[in-house]
Design a protein. Structure first.
Length: 256
């Protein structure tokens, strides 16, 4: 009986972990889109369309035996969202183009075209474009995540599409297409697991993390952190024999 149940239990555990990871992933995406500025109903629509149509590739044009296309969930929906961000003026086109240029350059340098595979990037360097998009947006809007997050998403999505798919397109089209199947080169072909989609999501998470750190610093401050450190040091064996360090307090003019 035990040998019969073991594979079943293993399958249940694997399925449970997969569902948990998928739930966390979808929840993370919902949080990101909310930070960008979309309402709950808009976030639900975005996630539903993205997940339902994640396997749909739309052919755009043929070339040398290949069909160049775009994935609906992995690239077309993010591009539509970028358009809406510019149209609603949540992203300035000038600031967005600077971010796109930075991310596109980094993306091109960390990606390469491989025959039979497509555009690939090694882990962990594949996250460099997302980190660049996040820090660029934070440096542009240091105290306002409501402005930084849309810029991070815009820069990450367009920068990755241009740097990976557009700049490497000629290299991919130079490969021999498979003769026994429909040869499709799809932008964002891995859908929600594609580098295009993930870069936009991770870029916003970089912003969320940086602004969380800033909130903690403003909440506790440097002196608060030092006080916590001194409090912990007092528990050391030699602390009672060591005179306490003088406490520096600023006067009304800001001097110590």
């Amino acid at each position: 009986m035990a040998t019969t149940l073991d594979p079943i239990l293993l399958a249940i555990v694997i399925a449970g972990l997969a569902m948990l990871l998928f739930y966390l992933y979808v929840g993370s995406m919902a949080k990101v889109f909310a930070k960008i500025g979309f309402t709950k109903s808009e976030v639900g629509t975005i996630l539903m369309v993205t997940l339902i149509f994640s396997g749909v590739n739309i052919p755009l044009f043929p070339y040398n035996g290949w069909w160049v296309g775009i994935n609906l969930g992995g690239a077309l929906v993010p591009l539509v969202l970028c358009y809406l961000l510019v149209r609603s003026r949540r992203v300035s086109l000038a600031e967005g183009m600077i971010g796109v240029t930075i991310v596109a350059t980094i993306t091109y340098l960390v990606t390469r075209a491989e025959e039979g595979v497509g555009i690939v990037a090694d882990i962990p360097i594949a996250f460099a474009p997302a980190i660049a998009a996040g820090f660029y947006s934070v440096s542009t809007f240091w105290i306002d995540i409501k402005k930084a997050a849309p810029l991070a998403y815009f820069s990450g999505i367009l920068g990755t599409i241009i740097g990976a798919d557009v700049f490497h397109l000629s290299e991919i089209l130079a490969f021999e297409p498979p003769a026994d199947e429909f040869a499709m080169l799809s932008i964002g072909g891995a859908s929600i697991f594609d580098m295009v989609y993930i870069t936009g999501i991770v870029a916003v998470f970089v912003d969320i993390f940086v602004f969380w750190v800033l909130r903690q610093e403003r909440k506790f401050g440097f002196y608060g952190a030092m006080a916590e450190y001194q409090k912990g040091a007092e528990e050391l064996p030699y602390a009672k024999e060591t005179p306490a360090a003088p406490t520096l307090r600023p006067d009304r003019k800001g001097r110590v």
